[in-house]
Design a protein around this ligand. Sequence first.
Ligand code: GAL
Length: 377
Amino acid sequence: MKKGLLIFTFASISLIGLCQKPNTLIKPGEVWPDNEGNHINAHGGGIINYKGTWYWFGESRLPRTEKDRTNYGVGCYSSKDLINWKNEGLALRVINDTASLLQPGCVIERPKVLFNKKTGKFVMWFHHELKGQGYKAAMTGVAVSDYVTGPYKYIRSLRPNAGIWPVNFTEEQKNASVKDGDLKSWTEEWKQAVRDGLFVRRDFAGGQMARDMNLFVDRDGKAWHIHSAEENMTLHFSELTDDYLDFTGKYYRVLPGDSNEAPALFFARGKYFMFTSGTTGWRPNPCRLATADKLAGEWKAVGNPCRGTEEENKVTFGSQSTFVLQPAGKKNIFIFMADRWTPQNLADSRHIWLPIEWENGLPMIKWHNELDIKMLK
Ligand code: GAL
């Protein structure tokens, strides 16, 4: 390269660097530029803190039509202040091998990462749908890495808890004879049969369905895989092994028959709280809040936590829950993270971050046009 050209190239690179002003405000619903000026492409995601740096993992989406919901993998961004994010590239990539379940064309959604103190490894779980099968497979996938930003090595995908009954399943429910197909869907009888475990019995041998998911580490250090099961009618809380790479076989049904998706949990003020959505695909619906004294339940639905206009409350400010973030060292500050999906161009879906506020001992969410960096520091 000629000297002049070299100087010109360096000069333009530093100019780009200078032009990229640091963000000082989070503006829910607006384009959120990363260090390269591109909208953060990490949807349905989750955030961890490792050695003082934040890492945001999420669906890396192609700017395509709704028909093609596939993606290249899981995007990763790092930040010191939760506002300015550096693109760390893909932490997990699809595998160019038609023998792999993770081949291009599969769907990877709602990825979450945990650091395992015992093994020193980072473990990623994600909702995994297989190429050409729509949302039929309903599996969860697991990948592992020695480094937080990856590359994560894909281990396998599965339907959890094959051949095992939920802890909170009665003998009567195990032995009930009503089968899938016996009753007309959405009749009262059918709904009761679903609550009584119709789909748990159907999926007993092959493993329970796992669609919208999250991970949650309880106060005793046990990690749980929280997922929509039973045709999205019931959430399952499935315990992970100590290395976080597998299921122990201990699992609970939560809010049976209530059709909850997009679970986002946190523990505050001595109680567990969970935001969920209803099941209307990419279209937003009213947020739901549930609370429990113990992670395993009983969980109690306590209504819509949104405090906006009637229209805003009906659609969770145009978004669907994905994660609850607790800024480090901030005992009582929690951020509700959600996605405002753009199905025609999923990469452009917007990030909705709103502070969790409190009312009569329960969390509630109000709209804020912006969140100040000082709040998070
Ligand atoms: C939503 C779900 C998203 C995605 C979408 C597909 O209900 O929360 O993660 O799976 O459906 O229609």
